[in-house]
Design a protein around this ligand. Sequence first.
Ligand code: NA7
Length: 533
Amino acid sequence: MTEEQTVDVVVVGAGFAGLYMLHRLRRSGMRAVVLEAADGVGGTWYWNRYPGARCDSESYYYSYSFDDDLQQEWTWSERYAGQEEIRRYLDHVADRFDLRRDIRLNTRVTATSWDEEAGLWNVGTEAGDTVRGRYLVTAVGCLSSANVPDIPGLDSFEGDWYHTGQWPHEKVDFSGKRVGIVGTGSTGIQAIPVIAAEAAHLTVFQRTPNYSIPARNGPMSPEVSAKIKQEYDRIRAVQRASTNGHPFLINETSALAVDDDVRTATYESAWEFGGLRFRATYADLLADKAANDTASDFIRNKIREIVKDPEVAERLLPKDHGFATKRPPIDTEYFETYNRDNVTLVDVRATPIQEITPTGMRTSEHEYPLDCIVFATGFDALTGPLLRMNIRGRDGVALRDRWAEGPKTYLGLQVAGFPNMFTITGPGSPSVLTNMPTCIEQHVEWIIDCLEHMRDKGLDRVETTEDAEREWGAEVARAADRTLLPQASTSWYLGANVPGKPRVFMPYAGGMANYAKTCEEVAVRGYDGFVMT
Ligand code: NA7
């Protein structure tokens, strides 16, 4: 039997964004329901259970800041939290704020349409239920729609295959197995060392070589944890004032303004310290090719030093893009793994994958016998999770058609023709260029302020305009063009990883702090760019 329910706000997704949205909606006295496809909360951290899955932001700041008691009572065990620990944290948040009673698990949204006459969103689920809400808030994440490459013969493969973002709940045992892994993005770089340590043999199918910085993970000592807890006010303030939502600022000096030995010493110490701070060593690493070359050369030299076989090292050197112009991975013994006897690196740009056979993977040069294949091939990023909900706005216009040439949004928050729909960390917001919980909190708080404003004024419809979208789209393009990011032609920021996807630089590259200021000013000016009735 199908069910119908009507609430003020339908939220889709119960990860970092959906959980906080629900909490804040409740506090504002609004009736909300969260629809979640999985059978647990956690979003990204529910699905990505692959070996080595770990956050690249440090645990103490990849967390909510909205409740001081929460951040004081939760203790992280490591410098970077693993998937299971973050999932436990989000489970704890769901319990602590009594969120579960308004979360419907195992509820995948398959069709969503705006009913103009009723002024309601009809949100249809796979089970055939409909939930109706005055507002629709998407909290579906940016990297939740798995991209499994369309390689001929996959159906014929007699072994097991997995996508890292849809990993089984039970442990996958690779011991004694010949494993192939496709993809050397952040995920592949985390998984490869762990799988190599377990499998009989690991063959890595690499399309684009990648830079990576050692993470230098380790246990979080009680002393460090206590100090962080004392300093949370300051830490959170820096995060909000920063470019990437991290609690450290980017050095204001140009990489080209210092002597070679000073620069090398800086890079050495950032390499030793580990993690994403390497990107913050100089002001212009992402803005000036010559500055970027200095960091890229430094990392290429590290790869040459670490990898013993010079031919393998050469194949691992990124050459077609600069450091951090694609999402920079961090790793634990990634390049070292290529020194193992049971690891083979295949360059599939030189010798492309042609087909999957019942017993392995065939490239233009060779057939590699495999028992299992792991696709660490990423996601249909940013737009994919929204488009697969089949959203239709006013006059039945499909979001898929509206975005046929790439996403169009105002502030990454709203789309013209889709009244009362808000997209948390939507395309056109800083999202994936930042530490996600920081930008999620900013979005949720802005949306709540907007909804409260509407309620206070007795309004019930808010919709952005095509003009506002056009202007914001131009600003997103200008911000990207001030950086080297759009020049990385294989980047998923541009949609380049999904065949047929429009090539548009999707996130806003102007920085978290600038973006938040812009959103605040829009609100202060009476929500210009939005029509409220
Ligand atoms: P990414 O960063 O998109 O990496 C996917 C990798 O898979 C990348 O090396 C791709 O090469 C490769 N790929 C994708 N399709 C193919 C095909 N058809 N053949 C061969 N190789 C392929 O995804 P991740 O999961 O690693 O990371 C996503 C984000 O999650 C990450 O940035 C963090 O924010 C967390 P390409 O570079 O496209 O040539």
